[in-house]
Design a protein around this ligand. Structure first.
Ligand code: SF4
Ligand code: SF4
Length: 377
């Protein structure tokens, strides 16, 4: 465990079970919108943040000793979106680090051998292929990536942009070329380990981290660029300091300033990815970049109170129906804002939102796709 038992119990006892962390706004006349996707979808107390804390307490104090299906579902059907943490902090001024505690809880369960088969299978796929999807081929995107080591900027692509949403990797690579930025990709990129760390399989992640650290050192890069906030968060918070700069694509693009983009004449809504916004505090840069190319309209739940797309924390693989429902709720919200497209800055968000938007008349993009499209040349 990263946290001490007493530290965990103290945090748990600071929760007064008010459940206010499950509501996004307390407007006196308008409807109160939900904030916790798992609680809203499943409806039981155990699926809200205070319920999960109570389960953790009961496990630590020896009151729960059987891995029932209900218990496993309550623990693992949480996207670790962090909305509860932000809301609780805002209301109580006490920092109960909820997603961190829920990850600890999963680690405790895994140590007891109480995990989901789906998550175990992902770990096996990673062991075999070094990517979370068990893909045997090296890359799935079209654009020819340069793996010549020696340039300052390295693009860490990540499993989802490589194998499930390759248009994001393609767009980023084309942006580098269009802007004349010399870049490299890793000769042998392995999964960052995020899915293992989020599902409590901490030991299995270590070998991946060691490999990626060595490869990045070998590359000589000074800046590592990510289009995946999940990978970026993992490198920032879980990897030891590598003395290299870690930046999200939207941070890099903001820094470049005048990119000579042409406006696309679109009205869009920006969806904050949980790992980018709540975990890393990056709210402004994606909006600033997007405003350069499109008209950005607000949705009702944004920034710290953004509604999660539903795919994080191992939920997409294990609880597909819940994940898709959560994304569908976001698509409805974007429709309510009267836009033609919802734009995120995360391959995982794009994948899930796109699936939910099928037949809904709502387009789904990543910020880098629109920037690439709007760059002259
Ligand atoms: S986590 Fe915070 S807001 Fe949520 S029930 Fe506990 S004290 Fe209330
Ligand atoms: S992390 Fe997200 S899904 Fe999990 S309890 Fe908190 S608000 Fe609900």
């Amino acid at each position: 465990m990263k946290l001490e038992r007493e530290e965990i119990l103290s945090a748990i006892y600071h929760c007064v079970k008010c459940k206010l962390c499950s509501i996004s706004s307390f407007h006196p006349t308008e409807e109160w919108l939900p904030l916790c996707p798992s609680g809203r979808f499943y409806g039981y107390q155990a699926f809200y943040a205070p319920g999960r804390l109570e389960i953790f307490r009961e496990i630590l104090e020896g009151e729960l000793s059987e891995p029932t299906e209900g218990l496993l579902n309550a623990v693992y059907a949480c996207t670790l979106c962090g909305a509860c943490y932000e809301k609780c902090k805002q209301i109580t001024s006490v920092e109960i680090r909820l997603p961190e505690l829920f990850e600890e809880l999963r680690g405790v369960l895994v140590n007891k051998g109480w995990f989901l088969d789906t998550h175990r299978k992902i770990a096996e796929k990673i062991k075999e292929t070094r990517n979370a999807y068990g893909e045997k081929d090296k890359y799935k995107y079209e654009y020819e990536a340069k793996s010549l080591y020696g340039t300052d900027v390295l693009y860490y692509i990540g499993c989802t942009a490589r194998y499930r949403v390759p248009e994001i990797a393609d767009s980023m690579l084309q942006i580098f070329d269009k802007l004349g930025i010399k870049y490299q990709v890793m000769e042998d990129e392995w999964c960052c380990g995020s899915v293992l760390l989020r599902t409590g399989q901490v030991e299995d992640a270590k070998v991946l981290m060691e490999h990626n650290i060595e490869e990045i050192k070998r590359s000589g890069a000074k800046t590592v660029v990510f289009t995946c906030p999940g990978c970026l968060k993992t490198f920032e918070k879980d990897y030891p300091d590598m003395a290299v700069e870690l930046v999200h694509s939207t941070q890099l693009l903001t820094r470049l300033g005048n990119m000579k983009v042409k406006r696309l004449g679109m009205e869009v809504a920006y969806h904050d990815p949980c790992h980018l916004g709540r975990d890393l505090g990056i709210y402004e840069e994606p909006r600033a970049v997007l405003k350069e190319v499109a008209d950005v309209k607000a949705m009702k739940r944004e920034r710290e109170q953004a509604w999660c797309c539903g795919s994080g924390g191992g939920v997409k693989s294990a609880y597909g129906e819940f994940a898709l429902w959560s994304a569908g709720e976001r698509i409805k919200e974007a429709k309510g804002a009267g836009v033609e497209a919802i734009v995120s800055a995360c391959p995982f968000c794009k994948r899930n939102l796109r699936e939910a938007a099928e037949n809904e008349g709502m387009k789904v993009y990543d910020v880098v796709e629109l920037v690439n499209r709007s760059l002259e040349g």
